[in-house]
Design a protein around this ligand. Structure first.
Ligand SMILES: CSC[C@H]1O[C@H](OP(=O)(O)O)[C@H](O)[C@@H]1O
Ligand SMILES: Nc1ncnc2[nH]cnc12
Length: 287
């Protein structure tokens, strides 16, 4: 059996993984178009790793412009079984101080339906379970890795995903807080949906960079403030990934690898040939 691969999707401020050795770039073509950039494949210690900067090198893509389907499809074809997502987020709770790490266990979707977030369609209907969108086994490893590198880490919490690219109004921010969410960002929900459909474990290292715009004693979020906090903490994010790579075993004990087992509704004899070909890496084993 070939060695399992860990995928890392780097968010704002994490555009490369200098720790990788034996590095090669893979340009992946997908039926859904081009991923955000070439995948950087290499070894982290004795673990195979594939890195992709979510917004592309040089941060060229808006959250709504990222081709999440191509990104996840590419990860799948490169053999990735687990994705560690790294993201900058706003804090919606006093106790989550900028500089802290959150490992969310829930997502709330406030995007505006502009992002392709499923591999299904074109003659094949499928519905995966998504009540618990994060792989708890992977999340546990990220939490202990964060502790190991000395970060203040909050395990669990709801990540509210807005469309962006503008930050929220104060009215929105206050209403989101009244909903009880913990952190706010613009990218994770389509990735989590697609990773589940691709039977890839998904969990996020969220770095709190600001108090959005609800906190009376803190400045409203700005890119400048976000970047300043990221620059101070990007080494922590890298350290968490390195520690996690050492802890993750080869075999997965979670159910993520069988997420599609009972999900496909369509009579197999009716699935169009082109769709079968396009989705072979995702649904092929069930046809
Ligand atoms: C630079 S602040 C806004 C930007 O940062 C976050 O991106 P990512 O999740 O890729 O780190 C947020 O979602 C916005 O896209
Ligand atoms: N306050 C905020 N809102 C949305 N995305 C963010 N990313 C970092 N801070 C954010």
């Amino acid at each position: 059996m070939s060695q399992p691969v860990i995928g890392v999707i780097g968010g704002s401020g994490l555009y490369q993984m200098d720790e990788l050795i034996e590095v090669r770039e893979e340009h992946v073509e997908t039926p859904f178009g081009a991923p955000s950039d070439a995948y950087i494949c290499g070894m982290l210690g004795n673990v195979k790793m594939v890195f992709l900067p979510r917004h592309g090198r040089g941060h060229r893509l808006l959250p709504s412009e990222v081709n999440y389907r191509a990104n996840i499809y590419g990860m799948k074809t490169l053999g990735v079984e687990r994705i560690i997502s790294v993201s900058a987020v706003g804090s919606m709770k006093e106790a989550i101080v900028p500089g802290h790490i959150v490992i969310p266990d829930q997502f709330f979707d406030r995007t505006q339906g502009k992002r392709a977030s499923t591999f299904f369609g074109k003659g094949v209907a499928g519905h995966v379970q998504f009540a618990d969108p994060v792989c708890d086994d992977l999340a546990q490893v990220l939490q202990s890795s964060a502790k190991q590198v000395g970060a203040v880490v909050h395990k669990g919490g709801t990540y509210l995903c807005i469309e962006g690219p503008n930050f929220s109004t104060r009215a929105e921010s206050n209403i989101y807080r009244s909903w009880g969410v913990d952190i706010i960002g613009m990218t994770n929900i389509p990735e989590a949906r697609l990773a589940r459909e691709a039977e890839i474990c998904y969990a996020t290292v969220a770095l709190a960079t600001d108090y959005d715009c609800w906190h009376a004693e803190h400045d409203d979020v700005s890119v400048e403030a976000v970047i300043a906090i990221i620059q101070k903490n990007v080494a922590t994010a890298r350290g968490i990934i390195q520690a996690a790579a050492k802890q993750l075993g080869n075999a997965r004990g979670c159910g993520c690898g069988a997420a599609l087992e009972f999900a496909i509704m369509t009579d197999k004899s009716l699935i169009p040939e082109q769709t079968r070909r396009d989705l072979a890496p995702i649904i092929g084993k069930y046809l």
